[in-house]
Design a protein around this ligand. Sequence first.
Ligand SMILES: Cc1cc2nc3c(=O)[nH]c(=O)nc-3n(C[C@H](O)[C@H](O)[C@H](O)COP(=O)(O)OP(=O)(O)OC[C@H]3O[C@@H](n4cnc5c(N)ncnc54)[C@H](O)[C@@H]3O)c2cc1C
Length: 321
Amino acid sequence: MYDLVIIGAGPAGLTASVYTSCFKLNHVIIGALPGGQMTYAPDILNYPGFEEITGPELTSRMVAQVKKRGGELIPSSVTRIEKEEDGFVVFTDNQQSYKSAAIILATGVERRRLGIPGEMEYTGKGVQYCATCERFAYENKIVAVIGGANAAAQSAVQLSHAAAKVFILYRGDALRADPIWLSAIEKNPRIEVVTRVQPTEIVGDGVKVTGVKIRSIQNETDVREIPVEQIFVEIGGVPGTALLLPLGVRVDQGGYIAVGETLATSVEGIFAAGDVLSHKYSIEQISSAVGLGARAAVSVFTYLKQQKAPNLWGTSQIKRS
Ligand SMILES: Cc1cc2nc3c(=O)[nH]c(=O)nc-3n(C[C@H](O)[C@H](O)[C@H](O)COP(=O)(O)OP(=O)(O)OC[C@H]3O[C@@H](n4cnc5c(N)ncnc54)[C@H](O)[C@@H]3O)c2cc1C
């Protein structure tokens, strides 16, 4: 039986593992995609300690640290959690199960889809949810990024290094990205921002995307088609709460997990960290995910001590160095 199972291997889960190892808790970290959303970040400029670093590079550094500290990382998907008298059993898609006294859920958010005609048909044939994954897919091409927040802005800048032209299509009045990205976009002649428009259909020739239809937010009859060869959907995500909802965990109005100050959820023994948390705690950034992962690990340590788990007394120690 483990003291703790951490579900999710993004920056929140990876940090929780590093702290948990320092507390000498017996734990395992299960994450379908090690690094999580961070792996999609082309150019991280705001994570302290690195003036500039790519998401994959930061991921490999965090994963290396987890392993060096003794964390066991299992790249699987958790399919369900069962509550038992003395803890939980976590089941994975490769038919393994892990019993533990406590859980930290750090499942982040899942990429949101547009839900318009053509999207499913052309996913992988020009519709993408990751701007940095396949450079050859957009080299010298006319592409569109759909969305208006940081991820969309950052992706557009990254795409502009190789694409012939990048449209940013956004339904709001003005992009909501950080000033650093806004000024990079303003200065970039390859990027054209089209605001107050709603994509209504992805069009193609049956094999690949050839364009996107957009409708004006102000005038519903104003519909036009922009010819593009690739479309990158960057409209945020929905919180990965599916595993906890059957256990009756409380969520906020936006569907994010509601927690108290210790990041304990409404189900005793389950804690949460990172982007999956209510925006009262998370700002959906790596630095906040890291901080919340550390906080959750400390809370689990305290919780297990209070539970007087026999295998903890005498072996655990908080090291402050
Ligand atoms: C394109 C892009 C650019 C970004 N750029 C920046 C940036 O420059 N600076 C910045 O600070 N932030 C940036 N972000 C945001 C940042 O990546 C996230 O805020 C951060 O990764 C959230 O961390 P997390 O650990 O909470 O969740 P995530 O990173 O979402 O990780 C969730 C983890 O849970 C796993 N998981 C989910 N469900 C299951 C399941 N059922 N079983 C097992 N595992 C599961 C996933 O596989 C993953 O390992 C960017 C995001 C994107 C998409």
